[in-house]
Design a protein around this ligand. Structure first.
Ligand code: UGA
Length: 429
């Protein structure tokens, strides 16, 4: 059992902390948000993440929460930094939280510690952390900096952490390598040891590659649509080629969330600073935005303009199984409907509270799938929540003013929808 502290209780920090406790370590989670820490102490999970609260309860004897960073650092041998690394407008990563925390750690440590960066950070941040700690720590105190990027996805965070494809660890000393090896020994996955810089680039490369795959398939979807082909059939056959792989080939209204959009911009910036123009990623970003606008145009076209129209929206979060609306396509799409004079009714199984912070009283928050459809000119689907697959389509048809469904996530079979008497439009088929 190792004594670990995790600084930052956002998605990555909290899920990592809880999972590190689950594999047997003693973990102190630190955050400067007192309200959040008070909630966590009462075993209330502040984010919607399936299974996380249960796992917190299960491990509560090994899991501590505090706002006192000094105390947590002193009591721990390994310190994970999992604070936010937001991307500024110009694509540059804002490292102020990482820098502040590094300084705070430096001022406290009095013996050897391993400081691990868990958040996504641009290449060379590890070196920056090292410089800050060297500058501010007591003379003679030894430490190691490690880059251990996290690959968990929102909605499946626990499974991704406990059963990962691989664990990437950038280290500079055998001592740190040994400690990291023992932390992860209960997890059965290949451990990939690299330099700190490689580990940092691996994380950005993975997110950039996955985002590229999505923009690629969305472009193929647009070509399919114009040529009477079906992108689902194309993606299935493409994905069976092991060199391509079947994941992340789902066409739709594009990617959102707190990671892909910010990491793609940050990686373009990293490339730029290295004297390289990552045009390919710029295009990935452009295609992703355009996908939302194409969808808006389709809706406009199918309902003959927005003025005085009533639009039912199903799904607000950037993907299912999360209440996260950061960079969700639904924000741009609904805003555009509102700006064009439409009335909007929305339903999402968990993201309504977050939506209220964005749209306030400009839209109607429905209590279920059927309430949202009531009297609308069209029903549009923006997130593929499981419960939407099971909706009673006959009932929906009766409730809608016109039987039009425009599906941004391809959840229904076009033929079946036609049979049911819907005018059904989806992406790339
Ligand atoms: C992503 C990565 O998948 C994780 O590996 C990584 O750890 C995380 O970012 C991070 O950097 O912290 P996440 O943002 O939770 O995870 O969500 P994803 O499941 O990757 O989905 C991202 C977006 O892509 C969603 O909007 C989703 O709807 C979209 N998507 C995904 C598609 O449009 N098509 C697909 O085939 C797959």
């Amino acid at each position: 059992m190792k004594k670990i502290c995790v600084i930052g209780t956002g998605y990555v920090g909290l899920a990592s902390g809880v999972c590190l406790a689950e594999i047997g370590h003693s973990v102190i989670c630190v955050d400067n948000n007192k309200e959040k820490i008070d909630q966590l102490k009462k075993v209330i999970c502040p984010i919607y993440e399936p299974g996380l609260e249960k796992l917190m309860a299960k491990n509560k004897k090994r899991l501590y929460f505090t706002t006192d960073i000094k105390d947590a650092v002193l009591k721990s041998d390994i310190i994970f930094i999992a604070v936010h690394t937001p991307t500024r407008e110009d694509g540059e990563t804002d490292l102020q939280f990482v820098e502040n925390v590094s300084k705070e750690i430096a001022l406290v440590i009095d013996k050897y510690k391993v400081i691990v960066s868990k958040s996504t950070m641009p290449v060379k941040t590890g070196q920056k952390i090292k410089e800050i700690i060297s500058k501010f720590c007591k003379k003679g105190v030894e430490f190691d900096v490690v880059s251990n990027p996290e690959f968990l996805k929102e909605g499946t965070a626990i499974d991704d952490f406990l059963r990962p494809d691989r664990i990437v660890i950038g280290v500079e000393s055998k001592k740190a390598e040994k400690i990291m090896r023992s932390i992860y020994s209960p997890i059965k996955a290949p451990l990939i040891f690299t330099s700190i810089e490689s580990a940092e680039i691996i994380k950005h490369s993975c997110n950039a590659f996955l985002a590229t795959k999505i923009s690629f398939i969305n472009t193929i979807a647009n070509i399919c649509e114009k040529n009477n082909a079906n992108v689902e059939e194309v993606a299935l056959a493409m994905g069976l080629d092991k060199r391509i792989g079947k994941h992340f080939l789902k066409a739709g209204i594009g990617f959102g969330g707190s990671c892909f959009p910010k990491d793609v911009s940050a990686f373009i910036n990293v490339a730029e600073k290295s004297g390289y123009d990552f045009d390919l990623l710029r295009e990935v970003k452009k295609i992703n935005k355009q996908q939302r606008y194409n969808f808006i145009e389709t809706v406009k076209d199918k309902i003959l303009g927005f003025k005085n129209k009533k639009i039912a929206v199903l799904g607000l979060s950037f993907k299912p199984d999360t209440d996260d609306m950061r960079e969700a396509p639904s924000i741009d799409i609904i805003s555009s409907f509102l700006d064009s004079g439409a009335e909007v009714r929305v339903f999402d199984p968990v993201a309504i509270e977050n939506a209220k912070k964005i749209f306030k009283d400009k839209i109607y928050y429905a209590k279920d799938i059927y309430d949202v459809a009531n009297g609308c000119d069209v029903l549009i689907i923006l997130t593929e929540w499981q419960e939407f697959y099971k909706m009673n389509l006959k009932r929906i048809k009766k409730l809608l003013k016109k039987p039009i469904i425009i599906d941004g996530r391809n959840i229904f079979e076009p033929k079946k929808m036609e049979k049911l008497g819907f005018k059904y439009y989806s992406i790339g088929r």
